[in-house]
Design a binder for this molecule. Structure first.
Ligand SMILES: Cc1cc2nc3c(=O)[nH]c(=O)nc-3n(C[C@H](O)[C@H](O)[C@H](O)COP(=O)(O)O)c2cc1C
Length: 200
């Protein structure tokens, strides 16, 4: 019976100074500091063309979609921290999810990589809403589109230009605790999912 879980933190943005990357990296750091094996993945390391059905028919999914799926597979919980673009999901993230959803090895159930993991969502924005509207769309994509289990809890940081302290942590201690609590919940839920999957 497996008794450990590994979390992957992914940001829906690639720019060097991305606030969402900053929170995703902080998440991995907090998790590791609390004994939960975690890693951060930069989608900038997995560039993919815009999804194109003709390209897929000719060449199959791009190698980076296969690599990203493989990375998902060695983690049991995935925490996505994403900006909202015009109250929706950034094309970078949607495109990555779309391509990964098309990678299937022989005999694999459709969307198995999504259905056998637990997801948690977070967002960061300089605006007052913290990007929370984009997470509604991301939740719909993952839950309804891919059949993923997404924690009801999510974590958003509004007014982010002043939200981070010099040490990289969130200046608001209560927000730090809330973030840590969401990560711990993801770790617990991922462990239960891992045990369920290994029993089937
Ligand atoms: C095309 C575009 C649309 C945006 N729409 C929103 C929005 O709807 N709500 C919001 O809070 N911020 C919006 N923003 C601002 C982003 O939240 C801000 O640029 C944020 O810093 C981007 O995330 P990053 O720092 O991780 O790159 C938008 C930015 C772009 C480029």
């Amino acid at each position: 019976m497996p008794h450990t879980t590994r979390l992957l933190f992914v940001a829906g943005a690639t720019r060097a100074a991305s606030l969402n990357k900053r929170l995703a990296r902080l998440g991995a750091e907090i998790a590791n500091a609390n004994g939960i094996h975690s890693a951060f993945a930069d989608l900038g390391d997995y560039p993919m063309p815009l999804y194109d059905g003709d390209l897929e028919a000719a060449e199959g999914p791009p190698e980076n979609a296969r690599k990203l799926k493989a990375l998902f597979e060695v983690h049991h919980g995935i925490f996505i921290v994403s900006p909202e673009y015009n109250a929706s999901i950034p094309p970078l993230l949607k495109n990555a999810i779309d391509w990964v959803s098309r990678v299937r090895v022989d005999g694999e159930r459709p969307l198995a990589v999504f259905k056998t993991r637990v997801f948690a969502l977070g967002s960061v924005s300089p605006g007052a809403f913290g990007g929370i509207r984009g997470l509604t769309v991301l939740r719909q994509t993952l839950e309804i589109g891919t059949g993923a289990l997404v924690l009801p809890d999510q974590f958003s940081v509004p007014r982010a230009n002043t939200a981070f302290a010099d040490n990289g942590h969130l200046a608001d201690k209560a927000a730090m605790e809330l973030f840590k609590g969401t990560i711990e919940k993801l770790a617990r839920a991922s462990l239960i999912m891992r045990q369920e999957v290994s029993n089937t």
